[in-house]
Write a new protein. Sequence first.
Length: 128
Amino acid sequence: MAVASFKKFATILIILSEHLQFSHPLLLVILSKLFNCMMDTGHVPECFGQSYTMPIPKASCNVRIKSDTVNDFRGISISPVISKVLEHCTLDGRRKFFETSDSQFGFKNDSGCSRALYTLRCVTWIYG
């Protein structure tokens, strides 16, 4: 539990990450059995997939000026904490099976927009 870096948002299930961090150690055994049953049966409860979207002002917007258009906000999804724990457990044990293409730049460690732009410049310089 200490490895996961969860934020302090109450989720749909009204469980905060602190509830899991400071719970009785038996909870880890119970969650482990629950996750193993879910893996064995191939069924995940519907509430694990539910989330809600919260609008966050974009960093480029001036906070002193009233933001009133959709373009001034970005959305983040708030998911249940227990489903995030399941996700981390699943990824930690099976990371070697989740390979991505070298052409993918988003949602990867040590990658992003600057790397994608660099690759684009190199390709256009070579073939342009």
